[in-house]
Design a protein around this ligand. Structure first.
Ligand code: F6P
Length: 365
């Protein structure tokens, strides 16, 4: 059995606060506890394709714990199993360049790859593991919190804090002007940010992708509040929410991207319909990428550090093809294949949903 001497680490997909805390914990654990060498792969899987790798030492991770983003860079376009190449004057071509990516691993003598990312990144890591036998360990990240195999992903808590702070700010101006404020949050096809920030911020209406809504029900709720003397309302809408029988609102379609659909704009649709149907002035705010930026919360720094430490432990203990995750208060590993089989979505019987209903929140039904 080959001894583990070198660990490679990459951060893939959309960034989120806490990535640097993982990198720092991996470097410290690998170098100090096990005397391993750590190679950082630049810009996610793009670094493997383009041979862009650098050694990471303790000095490289000094001071990065509170920093958002990732010192390694990231990319959500460069899938080595379906790589898009654009030749001069030629149409775009899709090729499997995974063998080329593996050469970078071999050339740098990387014994195990730690892949920090969401479902797309974990999917690719698992393909390397299953098709090429590459030893991989996954670390789950995403503000969307939509991965199984962990109770929570790091990045979510920071996004939740940012979204809740924004709702609080909109609350006072909504109240002053007697308006309806519609705030759109991220989450792709999962409603976790909308649900939890909505509950924390006192959203009167929360619209999530998992429960298609009826605009009439939203307006009825706002009208009832107005009739009861509450002349303002807060509507928290997930970017992936859609009306019953209706369509997602897509800001732009980019056919060659790994995820061709860029969501965005549902808040404008909801605000305009509410104003037309209730006669109450309505405004909307789209929070966007601000939810992914800035310094991670203490919770995310701690969770990300634990994931980094346990990812190295998993690598040394040869738990290849597994992803670390939080279960209760323990860090456990799950086969990546299981973690990515189905996304983690909001369910009607979830305690947070029941609590939100109990405090009077309308889900648009
Ligand atoms: O998956 C994280 C996320 O921020 C989603 O919530 C959002 O839909 C998407 O990424 C935005 O991606 P991009 O950075 O490519 O615009």
């Amino acid at each position: 059995m080959k001894k583990i001497r070198k660990v490679g680490i990459l951060t893939g997909g959309g960034d989120c606060p806490g990535l640097n805390a993982v990198i720092r914990a991996v470097v410290h654990t690998a170098c100090r506890d096990y005397g391993l060498v750590v190679c950082g792969i630049i810009d996610g899987y793009a670094g493997l394709i383009h041979k862009n790798v650098r050694k990471l030492e303790l000095a490289d991770v000094s001071g990065i714990l509170p920093r958002g983003g990732t010192i390694l860079g990231t990319s959500n376009r460069d899938n080595p199993f379906n790589y898009t190449e654009e030749g001069a004057g030629k149409a775009k071509e899709h090729r499997d360049v995974s063998a080329q990516a593996l050469k970078t691993i071999e050339y740098n003598e990387i014994d195990v790859l730690i892949a920090v990312g969401g479902d797309g990144t974990q999917h690719i890591a698992n393909q390397f593991y299953e098709r090429h036998g590459l030893p991989v360990v996954g670390v789950p990240k995403t503000i969307d919190n939509d991965l199984n195999g962990t109770d929570v992903t790091f990045g979510f808590d920071t996004a939740l804090n940012i979204a809740t702070t924004a709702i609080d700010k909109l609350h006072s101006t909504a109240e002053a002007h007697h308006r309806v404020m519609v705030i759109e949050v991220m989450g792709r096809y999962a409603g976790w940010i909308a649900l939890e920030a909505g509950l924390a911020g006192g959203g009167d209406v929360i619209l999530v992708p998992e429960f298609p809504y009826h605009i009439q029900a939203v307006c009825d709720k706002i009208r009832r509040r107005a009739d009861g003397g509450k002349r303002f309302s807060l509507v928290v809408v997930a970017e992936g929410a859609k009306p019953e029988g209706g369509q997602l609102v897509v800001a732009r379609q980019v056919n060659d991207a790994s995820d061709p659909i860029r969501l965005g704009g549902i808040a404008a649709q909801v605000a305009n319909q509410v104003e037309d149907m209730t006669g109450i002035e309505s405004r909307y705010t789209i929070l966007g990428h601000v939810q992914r930026g800035g310094s991670p919360t203490p919770y995310d720094r701690i969770l990300a550090s634990r994931f980094g430490y346990h990812a190295v432990e998993a690598a040394v203990n040869r738990k290849f093809g597994h992803m670390v995750g939080l279960r209760g208060n323990e860090i456990k590993t799950t086969p990546i294949k299981e973690a990515i089989a189905v996304p983690r979505r909001v369910r009607a019987d979830d305690d947070i949903v029941r609590t939100a209903r109990a405090v009077g929140t309308c889900f648009g039904a």
